[in-house]
Design a protein around this ligand. Structure first.
Ligand SMILES: Nc1ncnc2c1ncn2[C@@H]1O[C@H](COP(=O)(O)OP(=O)(O)OP(=O)(O)O)[C@@H](O)[C@H]1O
Ligand SMILES: [Mg+2]
Length: 594
């Protein structure tokens, strides 16, 4: 082990004089409490260390000890269902409310292990060595235990099925070079190194989020990346939580990065009480929460984003689809800026270090749909919130992130102020590979998806222009055709884009229901245009009897009541047929339906 002696300390950064070799990014322990740190620079006989824990009370003269390896975390089946700090040290299931200084990553738990390999078998790197489940029996489903992605060999011995500590040896390999290697259920992996895969594959399916505006207008690929920029209080956290609860990923990794403690407390209190709509079991069973609040040491925040994505990759390597929610990447960037300032680096744009952009790229690049080494396909989809100061999307974090994400879900202050949720602005948002998902939607019985999507977006775009004009000349002065455009656009907003995260019926919307709603609205617009062409006034169309039912269909008709959409559509057809008739021929029977 190499040693160094601390010369100076400035917040989370310390300078130390080397007494042995250190390598860049080597993990170190500082002082008698063995505080966790990382070597971020080496010049001459001096190393610069970023310390991930509170440095208050440290003095020059104390020792820094090298670990001889980069900053790494212990990955294993015990991660699911638990809450960790930014360095993957458990915050739940420990005896103390706080992480003790110098504590290393996840304390091992005891799990049931079922071996999946026999003595003499050849084990490829990253292959499955067995299954692990909770010894309690009821909680937690079985998980695959993997050999590290860089270790393969011949199985020399393997334990019998039974209960073992997560870091206990369950299998011994003889490597190609004759050395032996002991494997446990979990393994250690350096956080800044992406875990290897067989190959990346292009994604043709979206991550189903359960949010209509996202799935239908701005879909993100399974294995894709999305940014959620939004000013203060526009609904980033509520949206990320809604996605965590409602998306179709197998595993959720939720990273609370530098947000206020009370916001994180909301997540921590709520998640353990939620049931998974897909399985009826606790949602926490397939969730890992990593919490690094604004009052925790700033340097650890910088590392937390890498820990979170490494955890996500670990589950991906088991052949699972993982969604990673990061709230907020701006707080991560601020940590980067603060630590960089302490190093005395030259500040770039917005005071951020010049490497902000490449760091963001490194992070988002790790999202992918892949062929794993041993478990078929798996994916990591990344969704990162951004909190631009004063909601200005031209600031560095937003503008650099834009270069690396395919889906951009812009939250709008005006919509949020009008309590229109989710406050995603349909004209400022985009999804670059939306067209790729048309076959997927067709397979869901929504072959019209791309056409309807284009139609809705065109309407919303026309609405923005017409509203500008209407402010000048007054809405009533607009030609009837344009008044109808405004009416239909308003309906798309109200009936389709608005979706409360707190409504029991509407907080998650299944693709089948989304398709039914899209179709019904498309039909409404067709009928309204036909009625207008036949001479009906826009006011008459606006006053149609089914209007309220259409506006409220998201709240009223649940996922399991799809036939009710056909009933509503039939009513709509009847009422439009009525409108098309001149008033004097009004059929009293049909009018009664209005
Ligand atoms: N989808 C939604 N459905 C219903 N209400 C919402 C929704 N999104 C946001 N809200 C309302 O807006 C409030 C603020 O939302 P949220 O805390 O998510 O904002 P934020 O962007 O995370 O704020 P901050 O910048 O402070 O982190 C919520 O408390 C809630 O009342
Ligand atoms: Mg928030």
């Amino acid at each position: 082990m190499s040693l160094a002696v601390v010369r100076s300390i400035a917040g989370p950064v310390l300078h130390a004089v080397k007494q042995g070799p250190f390598s860049l990014r080597e993990s170190v322990r500082v002082g008698p409490q063995a505080l966790l740190g990382e070597v971020v620079r080496i010049h001459g006989d001096e190393i610069v260390v970023q310390v991930y824990e509170d440095t208050t009370g440290l003095r020059p003269g104390i020792e820094v000890q090298g670990d001889g390896q980069p900053l790494a975390i212990r990955l294993g089946p015990g991660l699911l269902g638990r809450i960790f700090d930014g360095l993957l040290r458990p915050l739940s299931g420990t005896t103390s409310d706080f992480v003790q200084p110098g504590m290393r990553t996840a304390a091992p738990g005891r799990l049931h292990f079922e071996p999946g390999v026999a003595v003499g078998a050849l084990l490829a790197p990253g292959a499955v060595i067995g299954m692990a489940g909770d010894t309690g029996g009821s909680a937690g489903r079985a998980q695959r235990c993997l050999a590290p992605p860089d270790v393969g060999g011949t199985v020399e011995s393997v334990v019998a099925a039974g209960g073992y500590a997560e870091d206990e040896t369950v299998c011994v390999l003889r490597l190609g070079d004759g050395r032996r290697r002991e494997l446990a259920m979990g393994h250690v992996w350096p956080v800044r190194t992406p875990r290897p895969v067989s190959r990346r594959v292009p994604s043709t399916a979206p991550l189903v989020t359960g949010q209509r505006i996202l799935d239908c207008l701005f879909p993100v690929a399974q294995g894709g990346k999305a940014a959620i920029p939004g000013g203060f209080g526009t609904g980033k956290t509520v949206l990320l939580e809604a996605l965590a609860k409602g998306c179709n990923a197998d595993v959720i990794v939720y990273l609370g990065c530098g947000e206020r403690g009370n916001e994180m407390a909301g997540v921590l209190d709520e998640f353990p009480t939620l049931t998974d709509p897909r399985t009826g079991r606790a949602l926490m069973e397939r969730t890992v929460i990593i919490a690094n609040t604004s009052n925790m040491p700033v340097a650890a925040r910088e590392a937390s984003i890498y820990c979170a994505i490494t955890v996500a990759e670990y589950f991906r390597d088991q052949g699972l689809h993982v969604a990673l929610m990061a709230d907020s990447t701006s707080r991560w960037a601020e940590a980067l800026r603060e630590v960089s300032g302490r190093f005395g680096e030259l500040p770039g744009e917005g005071g951020y270090p010049a490497y902000l952009s490449s760091r963001l790229a490194d992070f988002y690049e790790r999202a992918a749909l892949v062929e794993t080494l041993a478990c078929g396909t798996g994916s990591v989809t990344v969704m990162g919130a951004i909190s631009p100061p004063s909601g200005d999307f031209s600031e560095p974090v937003t503008s650099h992130t834009k270069r690396y994400v395919k889906a951009f879900w812009a939250l709008d202050v005006k919509r949020a102020q009008a309590r229109f949720y989710p406050a995603i602005h349909p004209l400022q948002s985009y999804a670059e590979d939306a067209r790729e998902f048309a076959p997927w939607w067709a397979a869901q019985g929504n072959g019209q998806w791309l056409a309807l999507r284009r139609r809705f977006l065109t309407l919303l775009d026309e609405q923005a222009q017409l509203e500008r004009m209407a402010r000048i000349i007054g809405k009533d002065a607009l030609p009837a055709r344009q008044q109808l455009t405004l009416l239909c656009a308003e309906l798309v907003n109200e009936a389709f884009l608005r979706q409360s995260a707190f409504s029991p019926v509407d907080r998650v919307c299944s693709p089948a229901r989304q398709a039914a709603m899209m179709r019904l609205l498309g039909r409404f617009i067709d009928l309204a245009e036909a009625a207008l062409a036949a001479g009906a006034e826009p006011e008459r169309i606006a006053g149609i009897g089914c209007m309220r039912a259409v506006q409220r269909m998201g709240e009223d008709i649940a996922d399991h009541e799809l036939p009710r959409f056909a009933e509503l559509e039939a009513r709509m057809e009847r009422e439009f047929a009525q409108i098309a008739k001149p008033p004097d021929t009004l059929d009293t029977h049909d009018a009664a339906h209005g």
